[in-house]
Design a protein around this ligand. Structure first.
Ligand code: BDR
Ligand code: CA
Length: 305
């Protein structure tokens, strides 16, 4: 059993990542969900996380809001998730509210209370985690692992040179990559192959009530890929925690560009770092059929509950 803490900005693919955790109770113990402004404003990412906690039957897992995002004048949002953040998926309004406190404090406290046990999975802008590292650098030693959906060494999404989560708060990403741990970076290079094409969507339709989230969410998710559907990036980070053998990963030295006029948010990735310390394990390939078998099996278990 792995203990995980999910920092997210739901977000349609964030919701599908959370559903993957919810369907993997035998393997994952979710200690908390923290939210950050990203795909949509913090008030919406938090409201979505609260609605998902109840819809996905996650019990009393705390949902703790964090930062609204980087400097407001630079705020970047992702229209592909619709105005609510969950596209056309409409979930019942949550009954219970968020936990008090700030996501960064929650992250620090959780890691302090269980050193070496908790894997951080970050699938939104890295603002909360950077605040946590700056407040308590020892979390670098206390985390069991850190898996980030973010970055790319082959090109960006919203802009040519940067991936959305890094683009949204490059300074935070720079802090996280330079903090001294090894960041497992599951970037666009692999997540763009996790496409919900028509065949995959057909496997989601029979999933009862869960399909009410998955199908309208995916169909309205305007993420452009070369295949006939959107890529559910964030579920890849959770899949890595569940089964790292689905991924090929390479030790690399990653630095984040924070000043470039056209390249702000680029994760400059040296896949052959030679004498330099490899601060990242960068995913370079994904077993796509294996990924869908894992994800759809978990969704099937969740739907059958
Ligand atoms: C990332 O950007 C967001 O829109 C998604 O939720 C994902 O975390 C992909 O670049
Ligand atoms: Ca996200």
């Amino acid at each position: 059993m792995k203990r995980v803490l999910l920092d997210c900005d739901p977000g349609i693919d964030d919701a599908l990542a959370l559903a993957l955790i919810a369907g993997s109770r035998d393997a994952l113990d979710l200690v908390g969900v923290t939210t950050v402004g990203g795909n949509v404003d913090l008030s919406l990412t938090t409201a979505n996380a609260l609605a998902l906690r109840e819809f996905l039957d996650l019990g009393d897992v705390p949902v703790t809001p964090g930062s609204p995002g980087a400097t407001p004048r630079r705020t970047v949002r992702a229209a592909v998730h619709g105005t609510s953040g969950l596209g056309d998926a409409v979930l019942p309004a949550p009954v219970r509210g968020p936990s008090p406190g700030h996501a960064a404090g929650f992250i620090v406290d959780a890691l302090r209370s269980a050193p070496g046990e908790i894997t951080l999975v970050c699938v939104g802008p890295l603002t909360n985690l950077a605040l946590a590292v700056r407040a308590e650098p020892r979390i670098v030693e206390w985390a069991r692992d850190l898996v980030v959906m973010g970055g790319s060494y082959t090109g960006g999404d919203r802009v040519p040179a940067a991936e959305f989560n890094v683009l949204t708060d490059p300074e935070a990403a720079a802090t996280v990559f330079a903090a001294g741990w090894t960041v497992t970076a599951v970037g666009l290079d692999v997540t763009l192959s996790a496409v919900v094409n028509t065949a995959v969507l057909d496997r989601m339709r029979p999933l009862g009530r869960l399909a009410e989230l998955l199908v309208p969410g995916v169909r309205s998710y305007k993420e452009v890929t070369d295949d006939d559907g959107p890529a559910i990036h964030d579920a890849c980070a959770v899949a890595y925690v569940l089964d790292p053998s689905l991924f090929t990963c390479v030790p690399a030295a990653v630095t984040v560009e924070t000043t470039g006029l056209h390249t702000r948010g680029t994760t400059v990735t040296d896949l052959d770092p030679a004498g330099r310390r490899a601060n990242a394990l960068v995913a370079t390939a994904l077993d796509v059929p294996g990924f869908w078998d894992l994800v759809l099996a978990a969704y099937g278990r969740l739907a059958a509950r």
